[in-house]
Ligand binder design. Structure first.
Ligand code: SAM
Length: 333
C-alpha cells in the first residue's frame, strides 16, 4: 500500500488533534443552559428537531437554514438520502414548524438549497413566511455531467416573518473595477473613485452572486466538512439582515461558518449540529475567530470582486474611502 502523501506546507485545512478534541468538548453547551433567556452563544450537539423544543420562544433575529439538500450525501458517516420532492417538502416543513416559534416577529430567514431542493423550499417557505427573493450564487466547483448541464449554482431563499424586518443595503455593497471610467463635463469621475489601488465603483448587491469562492485547502477557514459554506457568503447574509448584538440561529451549523461569522461581526449565535466532530471543528474555529477577525474578500466595509486580492491588500493600507461601520445601514422597522 502506498504511504499517505505528505501534506503540503500551504494546506491550511483544519485538522483536530486528540488534545484539541478533549479541550473543545468541554466548550459545548449543555442542554440545561438553553432553556431560559438570554440564550447563550455557543454550540449544541444533537438533533435540532429535538433541541428546538427545549429552547425559549421568540428570541432569534436571524435564522440561517442550511439543511442537507435533497440529494444523497454522507456527513461524517451519517447519510442523508435523496427522496421525492413531496417527501423532502414534508421533512422541511417539519423542520420549519419546530423552528418558527423561536423567531421574533421581526426575524429574517434564509434557506439554502440546490435547484432540486428549491422546489420544496419555495412551497414550505411560502406557507410559513413572506418570501422576498431568491439569491443564486455561482459555485466555482462542480462536477461535469455527460448528459446534463454541470451544476454550478445554488439558491438562498430570503424570507421574513412579517413586513417589519432589518435590511442594511449599505453594509453589503460591492466594489468592482471600472472598465469604462466615464467622466462628467468637469472631468470628474462619474459614480466611481480613483484611488492609489485603482479605479472602482461601489454598487448595491444583487440577487446574483458571482464573487463567492468555496473554501479550499489553502484557505485558513477550510475544514474537512463536505458542504462547508464560505465565510464571505454568510457574512453577506448577516450584514444585510442583522444588527450587532442580534441573535443568529443556525440549527444545521456543520463546521460552524455561521457562528464564526456572527462572532467576527459582533452578533450572538447558537449553532446546533448532530455530529460531534463538526461541533468540535466549530468550537476550534470560534476559538481562533478573535485572533483573525478578517473575512476573505471583505475589506474596508465592502465586498470586493474576485481576483482583487493584491488591490485589497493595497486598499487596506492606503487612502481608500473610510471603512464602513458594520452597524451602519438602514433598518426597515
Ligand atoms: C449542509 S450542512 C451545513 C454546512 C454548514 N453551513 C457549514 O458551513 O459548514 C448540513 C449539516 O446538518 C447536519 N445535520 C443533519 N441533520 C441534522 C439534524 N437533524 N440536527 C442537527 N444537525 C443535522 C449535518 O451533519 C451537516 O453537518
Amino acid at each position: 500500500m502506498d504511504a499517505p502523501k505528505p501534506r503540503s506546507a500551504l494546506n491550511q485545512t483544519i485538522a483536530l488533534s486528540a488534545a484539541d478534541r478533549d479541550r473543545l468538548r468541554s466548550r459545548l453547551l449543555p442542554l440545561s443552559s438553553i432553556s431560559a433567556l438570554p440564550v447563550p452563544s455557543g454550540t449544541l450537539q444533537g438533533d435540532c428537531l429535538t433541541i428546538s423544543a427545549a429552547l425559549p420562544q421568540a428570541w432569534a433575529d436571524l435564522l440561517i437554514l442550511d439543511p442537507p439538500y435533497n440529494l444523497s450525501k454522507v456527513f461524517n458517516g451519517k447519510r442523508f438520502g435523496r427522496r421525492s420532492v413531496q417527501d423532502y417538502t414534508d421533512w422541511l416543513d417539519a423542520v420549519i414548524c419546530r423552528l418558527k416559534p423561536l423567531l421574533k416577529e421581526t426575524a429574517t430567514v434564509y434557506i439554502c438549497g440546490d435547484w432540486f431542493s428549491s422546489a420544496s423550499i419555495f412551497t414550505v417557505a411560502a406557507a410559513h413566511f413572506m418570501v422576498r427573493n431568491r439569491i443564486t450564487w455561482e459555485r466555482d466547483k462542480g462536477r461535469s455531467a455527460q448528459a446534463n448541464w454541470k451544476n454550478a449554482s445554488e439558491d438562498i431563499w430570503f424570507c421574513t416573518v412579517s413586513e417589519s424586518y432589518t435590511f442594511n443595503a449599505q453594509a453589503v455593497r460591492q466594489r468592482r473595477r471600472v472598465l469604462a471610467p466615464y467622466r462628467d463635463r468637469d472631468q470628474q469621475p462619474k459614480d466611481w473613485q480613483s484611488t492609489q489601488a485603482g479605479k472602482f465603483r461601489d454598487t448595491g448587491s444583487s440577487n446574483l452572486w458571482t464573487d463567492i469562492t468555496l473554501p479550499f485547502w489553502s484557505m485558513a477557514e477550510n475544514t474537512p466538512h463536505p458542504t462547508q459554506k464560505s465565510e464571505k457568503l454568510i457574512a453577506k447574509l448577516l450584514l444585510a439582515s442583522s444588527q450587532p448584538q442580534d441573535f443568529v440561529l443556525d440549527p444545521f451549523v456543520g463546521s460552524g461558518t455561521t457562528s464564526v461569522v456572527a462572532k467576527k461581526l459582533g452578533r450572538h449565535y447558537l449553532g446546533i449540529e448532530q455530529d460531534e466532530e463538526y461541533c468540535l471543528l466549530t468550537e476550534y474555529r470560534l476559538e481562533h475567530a478573535d485572533q483573525d477577525p478578517r473575512i476573505q474578500g471583505w475589506v474596508d466595509g465592502v465586498f470586493w470582486e474576485r481576483n482583487t486580492f493584491a488591490l485589497q491588500q493595497h486598499a487596506a493600507t492606503s487612502e481608500m474611502p473610510p471603512r464602513l461601520d458594520p452597524k451602519a445601514g438602514k433598518s426597515i422597522q
